[in-house]
Design a binder for this molecule. Structure first.
Ligand SMILES: Nc1ncnc2c1ncn2[C@@H]1O[C@H](COP(=O)(O)OP(=O)(O)O)[C@@H](O)[C@H]1O
Ligand SMILES: [Mg+2]
Length: 379
């Protein structure tokens, strides 16, 4: 394929922060972007060259976006499959609609990963309340019930420790989604993720694994490189590359994993897009995950993924805005080396990702301490 050179037009389905950081990197590299989102004030719409107003479930809008650009990608996983299919009739969409279809559904995702010989968390499907008993018996308690589709940031999930809780959670979640998955609650040592890029010629490039801490189901802190033995880091990268290759991804694939206390890596979930745990690559790597996505979908060589130095990223949720108006940015920015990224969201709601802070430092510990110190100063 002839590369799409700078000056080409990239269509982005979804106007959130991932699309915003992608559009900013595209602009630096001399590409034009058009963002499809219903909201003209959406984070990515504010910085793209063009905003196309339309719903993310609207095949007519997606096809119109595709016709106006040279290649299409998405920054949001819950785009309607029919909209992606409509875009694919006009232009290449990367990663493909087939990849997205797998990543949108936790059961398809687990089966695809198992099919590649890679271990996943113990799971069972629940399609009606009558499946619950056998499913819980299979995975044991405590367990996590999740809607098979449409979950993010811990939404559509319930941790259950007793049978009675499982029944109540199952009824509530089945009213939101016709298929659930029950997973054994993994007592992990830590959570890791690897962002892997794959080009059309099959080459792959993985970033160092990030070590992730979640709070209330939402990513709170990523430290890179993850503080794990180098064999574990290499194995995590290998898993991500095998999945990206097996699924035929062109673009990015983020793979979330649990490192168990006995040293095994279990895949938790996949995201065929830039990932929150890869935001530090903007500040700590020669090629950010957003530039890497552009390179992959435009047929350019993949860029270097090494870390200049250890980095830590802390999310800024809307809770930091509650009651006080703006957080105390000047105090946080007085911490040496801290970089502030804000997404341009007008309304701060609890749990809403408003921005992040990143610190690059001599060691992972120092980066992590400084980013948390800076965030602590926001209140
Ligand atoms: N089976 C599990 N065992 C232990 N913790 C889990 C399990 N599933 C999810 N979690 C925790 O909840 C977080 C969010 O769940 P995840 O499946 O990644 O959904 P999403 O990120 O789409 O909301 C995980 O990062 C992890 O901290
Ligand atoms: Mg997740």
């Amino acid at each position: 394929m002839a590369p799409l050179l700078p000056g080409s037009r990239v269509g982005i389905i979804g106007g959130g922060q991932l699309g915003r950081m992608l559009a900013l990197e595209a602009r630096r590299l001399g590409y034009f972007t058009c963002v499809l989102d219903p909201d003209p004030r959406a984070p990515a719409a504010q910085v793209a060259d063009l905003h196309l107003a339309g719903g993310l479930a609207d095949p007519v809008a997606a096809a119109a976006l595709a016709r106006g650009v040279d290649v299409v990608t998405y920054e949001f996983e819950n785009v309607d499959p029919n909209a992606v299919a409509a875009a694919e009739t006009a232009r290449a969409v990367h990663p493909s609609g087939a990849v997205l279809r797998i990543a949108q559904h936790r059961l398809r995702e687990k089966e695809a990963v198992i099919g590649l010989g890679i271990p996943v968390t113990p799971f069972a499907a629940v399609r009606s309340a009558s499946d619950l008993g056998a499913a819980i018996e299979r995975v044991g308690l405590p367990a996590v019930l999740k809607t098979a589709a449409s979950g993010y940031d811990g939404k559509g999930q319930a941790v259950v420790r007793r049978w009675a809780d499982a029944e109540a959670a199952c009824a509530a979640l089945l009213s939101r989604c016709d298929t659930l998955i029950v997973e054994g609650l993994v007592d992990f040592e830590l959570e890791l993720s690897v962002v892997c890029a794959r080009a059309a010629d099959g080459t792959t490039a993985c970033y160092a694994p990030g070590e992730n801490r979640h709070s209330g189901g939402i990513l709170d802190l990523t430290v890179a490189p993850a503080r794990v033995p180098s064999v574990v880091a290499a194995r995590a990268q290998d898993i991500a590359a095998v999945i990206a290759t097996g699924l035929g991804v062109i673009g990015l694939l983020a793979v979330e994993m649990f490192l168990t206390r006995d040293g095994r890596l279990l895949v938790n979930e996949l995201a065929p897009r830039p990932h929150n745990s890869g935001h530090h690559t903007l500040d700590a790597c020669p090629t950010s995950q957003f530039e890497q996505l552009l390179r992959a979908i435009c047929g350019l060589p993949l860029g270097a993924t090494d870390l200049y130095a250890p980095a830590a990223m802390a999310n800024l949720l809307g809770d930091l805005w509650s009651g006080v108006g703006q957080p105390d940015f000047p105090r946080a920015l007085a911490v040496p080396g801290v970089r502030l990224h804000l997404y341009g969201k007008a309304e701060a709601r609890p749990g809403r990702k408003m921005g992040h802070l990143c610190v690059v430092a001599g060691t992972a510990e120092e980066a992590s301490e400084r980013v948390l110190q800076a965030r602590g100063r926001l209140r």
